[in-house]
Design a protein around this ligand. Sequence first.
Ligand SMILES: C[S@@+](CC[C@H](N)C(=O)[O-])C[C@H]1O[C@@H](n2cnc3c(N)ncnc32)[C@H](O)[C@@H]1O
Length: 216
Amino acid sequence: MPAVLAVHAAVAAVSGRRLGLAGWWIPIQLAFPFAVALTLAWRIPGWVFLAAFAASVLVFWNSFRGGVPLYLSNTATKTALAGLLPDDGPFRFADLGCGLGGPVLALSRLKPEGRFSGLESAPLLFLASWLRWRLAGSANVEILPSDFWQRNLGDFDFVYCFLSPVPMPELYEKARREMKPGSLLISNSFEVPGHSADSIIEVSDARQTKLHLWHM
Ligand SMILES: C[S@@+](CC[C@H](N)C(=O)[O-])C[C@H]1O[C@@H](n2cnc3c(N)ncnc32)[C@H](O)[C@@H]1O
């Protein structure tokens, strides 16, 4: 039986590659026949898969329609972001698609004079970031169940996003239309084709993060 599964897995991996699938499919195709066999052997009830699928949809809500998956800003990036914010005086900061709320919660502690808004439309991520915020009790933060396309960016002095290449051209146009003179758009990693950033901050982290800055 394991030999049959191994042959099945190898044929799937090789043919997938020959048909042009990306390299990250290979481990999935190698593991899949064994996963199916284990599922049948352990008699896992069908509702477990339905629940896992529903949870994935509620987390990766924006992956299909908006082309934006979930990955999180790291500590070095949050520190670099803090360096861009004023130490005194009030200002407003938004994280467009705040994920688990990490950047707004960390920055709100470092910059108590600022007001921080996390906008998130994936239901389970909104719930997780909202709970983190309530547990942290940060008075200068709000986490909103909001689609950032529906939100006027003119409310903010600093707009941060860590999205994907897909929404960047449209988001840049929206920022240019709505953001106030003197405000700053910050994109983690993703550029805007045809509109070079005014400056780029290179974060010293393992993934060599670049923060692209456009002054409005
Ligand atoms: C790559 S994650 C970044 C999370 C967080 N900003 C961070 O840096 O840790 C992108 C997030 O944007 C959210 N998102 C994508 N499109 C959105 C939209 N139109 N409105 C609100 N959130 C959105 C996704 O659900 C995801 O949580």
